[in-house]
Ligand binder design. Structure first.
Ligand SMILES: NC(=O)c1ccc[n+]([C@@H]2O[C@H](COP(=O)([O-])OP(=O)(O)OC[C@H]3O[C@@H](n4cnc5c(N)ncnc54)[C@H](O)[C@@H]3O)[C@@H](O)[C@H]2O)c1
Length: 389
């Protein structure tokens, strides 16, 4: 038996994505989803109709004054993330911000420093890192079942939803970048990106980004709001096998192809040069059916309760924004490669000429005071590891 105090949560932004967060937090037994906030009374009325127990508020700064709220979730457009998250952290609330963490590296760095100073959990909604399919792929890669990663290619295409203030890379690519960084287990040394704005002047609706990693590993990420077909696909090519991950079907999201190709090591004449193709089975591993967003929401609560750094911490959010910022700089330079700086250094184009477009674990976080949500008796808290959800 244990007595666990429920964590009071407020959600800001009840547009397209916010209601999914509201539904999931309401379903978690150790959470009290207390307040929902939106400037639109229509959105609030709609959600109050579905969830009559929640309080509604149109002014988020007013909501932040509530001592009954321990945590705040921000699901508004990226331009609002900085003022909202900063005020939330200053008000002493643990803060979960939807992807992308903020509109610039500088803003992310300010959040991270502020959350550390306040001893608060700062988390970003890189939802796919809580997906059983992505976790399964990581497990396969860690066991070296497909050999050494050679490249990853990702396509996230759809008709819309057009955004007015960010381009398609900032809207859709955060998912792919976060998955790629997780699977590669390292940060790229450079990025180049090309894009075109067909519908809204100045806002690219189609982008193609390349990330360059050590030992010639690459990741190509294609994002589009201008495609007749919804596509959510990623291919991971290994030296021994290849994985195709399609997030759209309910079943068999991952297929492992036992195929490979090798060039001959030694040959004397051109006639002796033959590629060795291997064609084997295709199989689909079992994947547990779980809603990634529910796992993400529970992880946020677990991190608050146990004083842990989230799997998708502010620092991971900064990594993604660092790449997005560099990709925007590259678009302005017609796809010139941009060297990615180490943490704390500014992003600058490198000295190479433009090229034609070709296409760890965190330490546990600790606040200075004991978590008021700690269990008072017996049983070990769930999610004891910062990376377990
Ligand atoms: N994790 C995911 O898979 C996923 C999916 C979709 C969207 N998102 C992210 O969620 C965030 C929101 O996206 P969306 O598509 O729901 O946007 P949206 O425009 O549909 O909704 C935003 C809501 O915020 C409200 N709002 C604006 N200013 C406000 C203020 N000052 N106070 C309170 N409410 C305010 C708006 O009225 C609107 O209802 C974005 O960061 C987006 O990238 C994440």
């Amino acid at each position: 038996m244990s007595t666990v105090k429920k964590i009071g949560v407020g959600v800001i932004g009840c547009g397209y994505w916010g209601p999914n967060l509201v539904r999931n937090f309401l379903s978690l037994p150790d959470c009290h989803l207390k307040t929902i906030c939106d400037v639109s009374n229509e959105r609030l009325r709609h959600l109050k109709g579905i969830y009559p127990s929640v309080e509604t508020e149109t002014n988020y700064e007013q909501m932040l004054k509530d001592p009954g709220l321990h945590a705040v979730v921000i699901a508004t457009s990226v331009r609002h993330h900085f003022p909202m998250a900063k005020n939330s952290l200053l008000a002493g609330k643990h803060t979960l911000i939807e992807k992308p963490l903020a509109a610039s590296v500088e803003q992310c760095e300010e959040f991270i420093a502020l959350a550390k100073k306040q001893g608060l959990v700062l988390m970003v909604g890189h939802t796919f890192l809580y997906s059983p399919a992505v976790r399964k792929i990581k497990e396969i890669l860690d066991k070296k079942d497909i050999g050494v990663i050679q490249y990853i290619s990702a396509r996230r295409l759809n008709l819309g939803l057009f955004q007015k203030d960010i381009n398609v890379a900032w809207d859709l690519a955060p998912h792919d970048i976060s998955i790629v960084l997780y699977l590669m287990g390292e940060f790229p040394y450079s990025v180049n990106c090309r894009g075109a704005a067909h519908i809204t002047p100045g806002i690219e609706d189609v982008t193609s980004m390349s990330l360059h990693f050590s030992q010639d590993k690459t990741a190509m990420i294609q994002s589009s709001w201008l495609d007749p077909k919804k596509v959510r696909e990623m291919t991971i090519v290994g030296s021994e096998r290849m994985i195709v991950y399609d997030d759209l079907p309910a079943q068999e999201k991952i297929k492992i192809y036992d195929v490979s190709v090798k060039a001959p090591r030694h040959y004397d004449t051109f006639a002796e040069f033959h590629y060795a193709y291997h064609y084997g089975d295709i199989y689909s591993p079992y994947i547990k059916q779980e809603e990634p967003l529910k796992t993400e929401c529970q992880h946020f609560l677990d991190c608050i309760r146990n004083g842990r750094t989230p799997l998708t911490s502010g620092t991971k959010g900064l990594d993604v924004v660092r790449i997005l910022e560099a990709s925007s700089a590259s678009i302005k330079l017609n796809g010139a490669p941009i060297d990615l700086p180490k943490a704390g250094q500014p992003t600058r184009p490198n000295s190479r000429p433009p090229i034609p477009f070709a296409g760890g674990s965190n330490p546990p976080m600790r606040s200075s005071t004991a978590s008021p949500f700690s269990e008072t008796k017996s049983s070990k808290p769930s999610g004891a590891s910062g990376t377990e959800t």
